[in-house]
Design a protein around this ligand. Structure first.
Ligand code: GLN
Length: 323
């Protein structure tokens, strides 16, 4: 048992994906964005890409989905790259809220000088307003370029999801008006919201999330080319926020039971990042890996119900926790 073979790994992950696939029935697909209801709640897939050259994909690997809240990570990274970390953190805090991702509670309390963190909607929309450019497409171009650099292809925009969200965006518009009232937005509200809906509608696969996750696991470095795609300081800050705020109001439990930086979205995607660890035991992926998960049946907090269980299982078995 001193060498992990690709075959062993594939069988192991296949078995557990099949096991957790049965637990998707305990969750429900998101419906507040009407088109997301069309997802198949029974789907579950995972893709893991290791620094050690091992990779494994299992379950529903070919279904693509919109990135939704996972885009908040990349939007934050791009805003920090464009404006500098200090500028962005002057305008958005780094505290978990303990509230739902689309809560307006803290905005209504008006005690704050800035939104709680960039991974809840209020903070994310504020960060989106900081992006350079006048139109939504101009604002998002650097984000697309960053993703293209990492993935080797330019991801597409799912216009149906974009329109569905735009046309049903009552809560996010309410948040937008609060943000205007509090004077947090740096661009016009309609343009900012349109940009936000578009960034949420970027179409990805679990393989894409695993590739991006591995870059974050390596503090922004592309293993293949050795190029620093995301400045180290910004990559590390993004990971700290993923750990503390990435799974909405279930971030504490995820840190305790899984223990790796991650970010989820309401379409059922999760990006997770396991940084390299020193271990004497021979375990898969202690050299670090990126993980993409897709499972659209969600729990009450809006996280993939089976996806979290699967991540908890492998993180425990393979000792991936950073703690
Ligand atoms: N586009 C979604 C929204 O703003 C993203 C939320 C999410 O993935 N949690 O409601």
């Amino acid at each position: 048992n001193t060498k992990i073979t690709q075959d062993w790994l594939q069988n192991y992950v296949d078995d557990w994906v099949t096991f957790y696939q049965k637990q998707t029935k305990d969750g429900e697909v998101a419906s507040y964005i009407p088109i997301l209801k069309e997802a198949d709640p029974k789907h579950l897939g995972i893709s893991i890409l290791g620094n050690n050259g091992l990779s494994v994909r299992s379950g529903n690997v070919d279904t693509t989905f919109t990135i939704q809240s996972i885009s908040k990570v990349f939007c934050f990274i791009v805003a920090c790259m464009e404006r500098g970390v200090a500028y962005v953190l002057d305008r958005v805090d780094v505290e978990p809220t303990g509230e739902a991702f689309n809560s307006i509670m803290h905005l209504e309390m008006r005690k704050l000088k800035k939104p709680f963190n960039p991974f809840v909607n209020a903070g994310a929309i504020t960060v989106t307003s900081m992006l350079n450019g006048k139109t939504p497409d101009e604002k998002l171009e650097p984000l697309f370029q960053l993703l293209e650099k990492i993935l080797g292809h330019r991801p597409s925009l799912n216009l149906d999801v974009y329109e569905s969200e735009r046309d049903s965006s009552i809560r996010n518009r309410a948040i937008g008006y609060y943000l205007v009232e509090l004077d947090y937005l740096e661009s016009n509200m309609d343009i900012t919201l349109e940009t936000y809906f578009k960034q949420c509608s970027i179409e990805v696969s679990i393989d894409d999330l695993a590739i991006i996750g591995r870059v974050l696991a390596n503090d922004g470095l592309d293993m293949q080319t050795d190029e620093e795609i995301i400045p180290r300081k910004i990559a590390r800050l993004a990971k700290a926020l993923m750990l503390t705020c990435g799974m909405y109001d279930a971030s504490g439990k995820f840190a305790a039971y899984v223990g790796i930086p991650a970010k989820s979205g309401v379409s059922g995607g999760i990006i997770a990042v396991a940084p390299p660890r020193v271990r004497e035991e021979v375990l898969p992926f202690t050299e670090g890996c990126g993980i993409g998960v897709y499972g659209p049946a969600l729990d009450n907090q809006g996280n993939s119900i089976a996806g979290i269980k699967l991540l908890k299982h492998i993180a425990t078995k393979w000792d991936l926790s950073i703690f």
